[in-house]
Design a protein around this ligand. Structure first.
Ligand code: NAD
Ligand code: LMR
Length: 336
């Protein structure tokens, strides 16, 4: 009996500690705390950190933490640094790119971040085409289609393993609704669908226990969830956007992806993915709940019942999403 329990424990430990995770942009405001949380994650056996600066320093720092994983830093200054970071990785987290300053929209980041994400996606296609790719770099509504197109160009696109990380909208919604309702945020779950920028972020309050909230309060709450990112950008006053809450959101999301790969049951997350939900309307990517499994996404769920007000928000969201996605596609098509 004791022996069985012992060997079971050994088995589950070895199963748990088996994934190679790469963080691209690992020395940044998100990258560092996200890498720390990945170092603390027992499902990770190897953590590869890549950045244009400081990745070796961050890796050496993290390598002193006594969890059972190896951490290595790679820079672009060494030959094949990026290729080595990605070699056969299971999960790739991408927070590389510039953040907003006050007065900017996420779309204003496109001119710089589109090229960064395209080039990193090329490297993923060559070195770990089977990886689950989690895109954090903004504008997510366009960077995810960019990655899809690059992978398609290389003939290795697997729509089940490409994710735009929208978890920050979910955690903000839990927090902000609890502030309005005087409840415990850990018990609040809001289905936030659509995309990840302003009016494309649609929190479905009608699906919560608080659907009878007065309209004025609800409208304010929806606006706060949609523009929560601006609150942080304004408060940081030119020094960037959300990094700590985002690293928490990214770590929660990555952990769920790893749970799925491990074959855990009923792992459902919201993510901006290649989705059939509104394809007929010309929208290839949409965030809704998805079930994760060993091969990535095993099911994409519809958004569920919505109120007439939410229906109107969705119509606006779809118009903007269509343009954001097309912009990403065009960028890759016009790249040499
Ligand atoms: P940051 O400037 O602090 O860090 C970005 C890092 O990326 C830097 O260390 C930089 O050296 C690195 N980098 C730049 N080009 C690179 C390349 N080609 N290869 C590898 N690394 C490269 O910025 P941040 O605050 O960490 O934000 C990063 C991105 O995440 C921004 O685009 C931001 O808008 C986005 N973001 C997304 C969400 C979300 O919910 N999806 C939330 C917050 C921020
Ligand atoms: C966020 O939602 O905080 C991020 O997308 C960063 C930003 O630019 O607001």
């Amino acid at each position: 009996m004791l022996r069985t329990t012992f060997s079971k424990r050994l088995f589950s430990q070895s199963m748990a500690n088996q994934y190679k995770v790469a963080v691209l942009g690992a020395s940044g405001g998100i990258g560092q705390p996200l890498s720390l949380q990945m170092k603390l994650n027992h499902k990770v056996s190897e953590l590869r950190l890549y950045d244009l600066r400081l990745a070796k320093g961050v890796a050496t720092d993290l390598s002193h933490i006594p969890t059972d994983s190896k951490v290595v830093g790679y820079s672009n200054a060494e030959p094949e640094g990026l290729a080595k970071a990605l070699d056969n990785a299971d999960v790739v987290l991408i927070p590389a790119g510039v953040p907003r300053k006050p007065g900017m929209t996420r779309d204003d980041l496109f001119s710089i971040n589109a090229g960064i994400v395209r080039d990193l996606a090329e490297a993923v296609a060559k070195n770990c085409p089977n990886a689950s790719i989690c895109v954090i770099s903004n504008p997510v509504n366009s960077t995810v289609p960019i990655v899809a197109k690059v992978l398609q160009k290389h003939g290795v696109y697997n729509p089940k393993k490409l994710f735009g990380v929208t978890t920050l909208d979910i955690i903000r919604a839990s927090r902000f609704i609890s502030e309005v309702e005087g409840t415990n945020p850990t018990q609040e779950k809001v289905n936030v669908v659509g995309g990840h920028s302003g009016i494309t972020i649609i929190p479905l309050i009608s699906q919560t226990n608080h659907k009878l909230m007065p309209k004025e309060v609800k409208d304010k709450l929806i606006h706060r969830i949609q523009f929560g990112g601006d609150e942080v950008v304004k408060a940081k006053d030119g020094a960037g956007s959300a990094t700590l809450s985002m690293s928490y959101a990214g770590a929660v999301f990555a952990d769920k992806v790893l749970d799925g790969l491990m074959g855990e049951k009923d792992i459902v997350v919201n993510s901006f993915v290649d989705s059939p939900l509104y394809k007929e309307e010309g929208i290839d990517f949409f965030s809704s709940p998805v079930t994760l499994g060993p091969d990535g996404i095993s099911k994409i769920h519809p958004i569920g019942e919505v109120s007439s007000e939410e229906e109107a928000l969705l119509a606006e969201c779809k118009e903007t999403l269509k343009k954001n996605i097309a912009k990403g596609y065009k960028f890759v098509e016009e790249s040499k």
